[in-house]
Design a protein around this ligand. Sequence first.
Ligand SMILES: [Zn+2]
Length: 339
Amino acid sequence: MIRESLELFTLFLASQTSNALPYWPYKQYNLPDSRKSYLLQILTRQNYPSTNETKVSAQSDHNEVSEIHEGSKVRETGEAKEIREAKEIKSAKKFGRPAVPILNYHWVVPENHPNAFQRYYQTKGQLRNTIENMKKKGYNFITVSELERLISDYDSTKLDTTKYALLTFDDGLECFYKNAYPILLEENVKATLFVTTVCIDDSVSGPYLSWKQIKEMYESGLIDVQSHTHNSHVITGKNESLVTSMKRGEDSLTYCLRIFADFLKSRWEIEEHVGNKVIALAWPFGLSNAVARKMASLAGFKLYFNVNGESFKFGKEYRDLPRIEVGELEKTTKVQNQK
Ligand SMILES: [Zn+2]
């Protein structure tokens, strides 16, 4: 299916001329004229990128994962600290830089919230603990845009042992503004929001952020805003989402165009409302395929994020960057502490 879709999409691109406007994506989304010519430019581009993809291993690295959280429970002895630092230098030598944990949050709630401590819910206290532990271990918090610059400037021959970490928050939930943002401000820590743009300013289907709140947070200089698709955050089957599967009655080409237009729409919405450059896409439920990565790259995205549970390593061949779900992290740490 994937190969067929890519071939069809390539054929479609090749068949377009500057006079034949592709009718599909902007019709659905009522794109303004200024955007139509840009879309046309992309859709008619002949230098279609190659289809070689490298699959990222989904294997977890529990040692690195547990290291982040264990600090709160175990006081580090002098000897343990030396061993840990030696390990970090060894890891930096192997990859040019130490591995980067990219944590993934959803809901941040008060301690007495009925759903506190469930998989997608972290309490304000847990967030603050994680930040303080990681600060103690010497991590510097950066945004996804800053990580992108580090990746583009990466030089494997230069050893740099600076430790970086990222906090990312998915879906664009209003609790981020109420419960997480004040902690980030107090701690002076950077974070990245991955917003599902169709939900923003939508108070009917859930407590989502408004563009006004997002803009205010972006202007603080601490919060980066990136995409979690426009309207494709829908699960359609086991390990399948609207990004990875065709809708009923859809052919391969229509599928390609639908997700392409959706990715582009989300990027433009954020850029118009917030004013930043959008370069990263977090896959809904962490799910993607080769077609989705290709369409996202055509729509202008440079980095994609899944939730494979590993830390990101510089210099390793990657397509999707791994993130660690903090709910999973709690579970892992709990299991290890019980042993
Ligand atoms: Zn999500």
